[in-house]
Design a protein around this ligand. Structure first.
Ligand code: ADP
Length: 399
C-alpha cells in the first residue's frame, strides 16, 4: 500500500487534485468528511458530546451546532481537550478501518486540510501539497460564494508557504488553468505513484544506476529530514538515532544525487527485525553486500557490518545504512561529513576532485569505477579527519 497525504491551503485546488487521483483509481479518504460523520445525528460521538457540553451545542434538529461548539472550545482549553478526546479517537479508528478496507495494493490518498499544521507528515510515504497564488485562491473562493474578507482570514490562519514547502515531497502548482493541474496529476500517477506502490509491494529496491554528480542542491537537507522522520517512526524504539550522512549532508559539496542516511541500532539482530517495517515505509533491504562505499578502509563485511536499504520511490534516490552504535563504520560515517563541514580547505579539495571525477565518470553506468577513483583521496583524507577530531575534541553524537 502507498499512503499519500494530500494538503494545501483553502482554495488551492486540493479537492480538484483528490478527484483526479480518484479517477485514476486512488482510494481517497476525506478527513473532513470523517470528522463530520463521527459526530452525525445518531452517533455515540454526538451522544458523548451532548452529555459533556449540554444541549446548547445542538441545533433545533438535534445536530451538532458547529458555531456554538467552536465558540465554546475557543474560550476554554479544557473544553477543547475534552472535545478532542471524543472526536480524535473516533476519527482515527474510522480512518484506520478505511485504510484496511482499501487493500494491500491500494494507493490511498488521505485528504487532510491541516496536515502541515498538525505535523502528520511522517504518517505517509509522500506528502503532496497543492498550491496557488493567494490572489487566485481568494478569487476562486469568492466565486464559490465565500465573502472576500472570510477567504483572506482563513488563508491567513493556515500554514505559511515556507512550512508547506518543508513538508512537501511533491509540490503541485495550480496557478494555471485546470487542464494543467490535471495533466500534472496524470504524470505523477503514471511516473511515480504507480511504480512506487508496486515497488513497495514487491520489496524492490530501486537500482541506483551510475553516479550522477550534481552541484549542491538546497533541497537535499529538507528531503533528508522528511525521510528521517518517516524512518524513525517506522523503526520505533529500535532507532537509537537517525542522521543525514554523506556528501549531500555537507553544504556546498557537489554530490552523487543520492540522499545517504544512517540508522543507529543496538545490534544487527535488531536491524534484521526492521526489514519489514522499513520495507513497508518504502525502504526495502538491498540484498547482498553494498559495494558503493569508497571510505571503507577494509571492505570486509565482517569488519564493517552494516545493512543497506534503498528507497523504492522512483522520484527520490536514497540509501539507508543500518549500523551498530559505536562501531567503527558507524563512527566514520558521522566523522567524515562533520570534518568536511568544518574544514573549508578539505571541502574545496574534495569538491574539486568530485567535479573532475564527474567529468570523467558522470555518464558511466557502473558506479564502481567512480568509487575506485575516489578511494586514493579518501585514504589520505581519513588520517586528516582523525587528526581534526583529536585536535577539536570531536566525538560522535550520543545515542
Ligand atoms: P480546495 O479543495 O483546495 O479548497 P478546490 O479544489 O475545491 O480547492 O478548488 C477551489 C475552487 O477553484 C473550485 O471551485 C475549483 O473548481 C476551482 N479551481 C481549482 N483549480 C482551478 C484552476 N486551475 N483554474 C480555475 N479554477 C480552479
Amino acid at each position: 500500500m502507498l499512503r499519500l497525504g494530500l494538503t494545501g491551503g483553502i482554495g488551492s485546488g486540493k479537492s480538484t487534485v483528490a478527484d483526479r487521483l480518484a479517477e485514476h483509481g486512488a482510494r481517497v479518504i476525506d478527513a473532513d468528511r470523517i470528522s463530520r460523520e463521527v459526530v452525525a445525528v445518531g452517533t455515540d460521538g454526538l451522544a458523548e458530546i451532548s452529555a459533556r457540553f449540554g444541549p446548547e451545542v445542538l441545533d433545533a434538529d438535534g445536530a451538532l451546532d458547529r458555531a456554538a461548539m467552536a465558540r465554546l472550545v475557543f474560550a476554554d482549553e479544557s473544553a477543547r481537550s475534552d472535545l478532542n478526546g471524543i472526536v480524535h479517537p473516533r476519527v482515527a479508528a474510522r480512518t484506520a478501518e478505511l485504510m484496511t478496507e482499501a487493500g494491500s495494493d491500494a494507493i490511498v490518498v488521505h485528504d487532510v486540510p491541516l496536515l502541515v499544521e498538525n505535523g502528520y507528515q511522517a504518517d505517509y510515504h509522500l506528502v503532496i501539497v497543492v498550491d496557488a497564488p493567494v490572489e487566485q485562491r481568494v478569487r476562486r473562493l469568492v466565486d464559490r460564494g465565500l465573502p472576500e474578507e472570510d477567504a483572506r482570514a482563513r488563508i491567513g490562519a493556515q500554514a505559511s508557504e515556507a512550512q508547506r514547502r518543508d513538508a512537501a515531497d511533491i509540490w503541485l502548482d495550480n496557478g494555471a488553468e485546470l487542464d494543467r493541474i490535471r495533466s500534472s496529476v496524470d504524470e505523477l500517477w503514471r511516473e511515480r505513484l504507480v511504480p512506487f506502490e508496486a515497488n513497495i509491494r514487491s520489496r524492490n529496491p530501486l537500482p541506483l544506476n551510475g553516479p550522477r554528480i550534481v552541484e549542491p542542491d538546497p533541497e537535499w537537507p529538507r528531503r533528508a529530514s522528511r525521510l528521517l522522520a518517516r524512518i524513525s517512526k517506522a523503526a520505533g524504539d529500535s532507532a537509537l538515532r537517525v542522521d543525514h550522512i554523506g556528501s549531500t549532508s555537507v553544504p556546498g559539496l557537489p554530490a552523487n544525487d543520492v540522499i545517504d542516511l544512517q540508522l543507529t541500532v543496538r545490534s544487527l539482530a535488531e536491524a534484521e527485525a526492521l526489514v519489514e517495517p522499513l520495507a513497508e515505509a518504502g525502504m526495502p533491504l538491498l540484498p547482498g553486500a553494498d559495494t558503493d562505499e569508497a571510505h571503507h578502509p577494509q571492505p570486509d563485511p565482517e569488519q564493517w557490518p552494516d545493512r543497506t536499504h534503498v528507497s523504492a520511490d522512483p522520484g527520490l534516490r536514497a540509501k539507508l545504512y543500518l549500523r551498530v552504535a559505536g562501531a567503527a563504520n558507524w563512527r566514520l560515517a558521522l566523522l567524515l561529513p562533520a570534518w568536511l563541514r568544518a574544514d573549508d580547505g578539505a571541502r574545496r579539495e574534495y569538491a574539486s576532485i568530485k567535479r573532475d571525477l564527474a567529468a570523467r565518470f558522470g555518464s558511466d553506468p557502473d558506479t564502481r569505477r567512480y568509487i575506485e577513483a575516489k578511494r586514493p583521496w579518501f585514504e589520505r583524507a581519513l588520517p586528516r579527519a582523525e587528526r581534526w577530531a583529536s585536535e577539536t575534541g570531536w566525538q560522535p553524537p550520543p545515542w
